[in-house]
Design a protein around this ligand. Structure first.
Ligand SMILES: [Zn+2]
Length: 345
């Protein structure tokens, strides 16, 4: 396997030369035996060019071991040490607390995050608790004696909040789905695509992150241009949203519900004669992995194209689109008009 890469050179107390000199840090994919299973993982090692010798400091050795074991866990469908840590951090717990919540000894979680591989029963329990705050709350109450009163109440509140958020989110998703049940079939109204709420949530976060300040009216137009431009090029919308001709421009059906998705925060900023201004803020990192290369390209194009236009200018721009001229007020806008979209350049 020729996969060795030089990462960097550092000055290090070399154990072969017994003095401080420049050594190389390398990475390579290698095989290891973990519990009778051969796994491939990325190993780090140090190299002394003077003596042509490899060596691995203890700290790096531990990291390599953890990587090999995580490779094993992945292969066996078990949670990796990172995933366990993520679940724990999500509830704001330290290692001892997470162990105690699960009814285990103080050091169990610490061991799983450091080196020991959990068996399947333990793995399932961590997963259940990590995925479901209601189940976590149930475990906390069951092992209440492991906690001081104050801390018990704090953790209980964190979990209760997460249960509430989860319930809210599922209600929002359900109400969007209810509205879109009539657009289940792929058609020129949804751009031959079934609604994808996860993508919508991340597109909202994307625009909120890269357009500052972002207001509701602008966001609605960015959404339409994103879907329309993608349709023009690839005969498919990205989100599956259905748009309606409203006085201010194209607006997706269920837009009130969509703006309640937790990937963004909407704040009423000022009230003018023409109504309130709603400013949009991102609340989470955008998950770009959801999008294909062509989708990302469209998102970036749309985001950049309108960046320097005022809301008024974007509005005027949109009002000159065939999609807008050829449809009546409150009429749904067919994606077929997107074929006549003005060029972006
Ligand atoms: Zn040396």
């Amino acid at each position: 396997m020729n996969n060795d890469t030089l990462i960097e050179k550092i000055n290090y107390e070399c154990p072969f030369c017994d003095n401080l000199h420049s050594i190389e840090i390398h990475k390579r994919i290698t095989k290891a035996l973990v519990k009778d299973t051969v796994v491939e993982y990325e190993q780090t090692y140090y190299y002394c060019p003077i003596e042509d010798e490899e060596f691995t400091p203890d700290k790096i050795l531990d990291q390599n071991l953890l990587k090999a074991r995580d490779a094993y866990r992945k292969q066996k469908g078990l949670l990796t040490s990172e995933q366990i840590k993520k679940y724990r951090n999500n509830y704001g717990l330290n290692q001892v607390e997470f162990s105690n919540l699960l009814g285990w000894g103080d050091v169990t979680i610490q061991r799983y995050e450091k080196k020991l591989i959990q068996d399947e029963t333990y793995d399932q329990l961590i997963r259940l608790v990590g995925e479901d705050p209601a189940f976590a709350l149930n475990q906390l109450d069951k092992h209440r004696n492991n906690f001081q009163e104050d801390r018990y109440n704090q953790i209980r509140n964190i979990l209760k909040n997460q249960i509430r958020e989860k319930k809210n989110l599922s209600l929002i998703i359900q109400s969007i789905k209810n509205i879109y049940i009539q657009y289940e079939e792929e058609s020129e109204l949804n751009g031959y695509k079934k609604i994808d709420i996860d993508k919508i949530a991340n597109i909202l976060a994307f625009f909120a992150k890269y357009n500052d300040p972002l207001y509701k009216v602008r966001l609605m137009k960015l959404l339409w241009y994103t879907d329309a431009l993608h349709f023009k090029k690839y005969n498919k919308s990205i989100t599956g949203l259905v748009y309606c001709h409203l006085p201010l421009g194209a607006v997706p059906e269920a837009h009130e519900e969509i703006l309640r998705l937790p990937s963004i925060k909407v704040e009423e900023e000022q009230v003018t004669d023409n109504g309130a201004w709603y400013r949009i803020y991102p609340t989470k990192e955008v998950n770009l992995n959801l999008f294909s290369t062509s989708e990302l390209e469209i998102l970036t194009t749309v985001s950049n194209y309108f960046k320097n236009m005022t809301g008024r200018q974007i509005s005027d721009y949109m009002h000159r689109e065939k999609a807008y001229i050829k449809t009546e007020k409150y009429q749904l806008i067919s994606y077929s008009f997107a074929k006549e979209l003005k060029d972006f350049n």
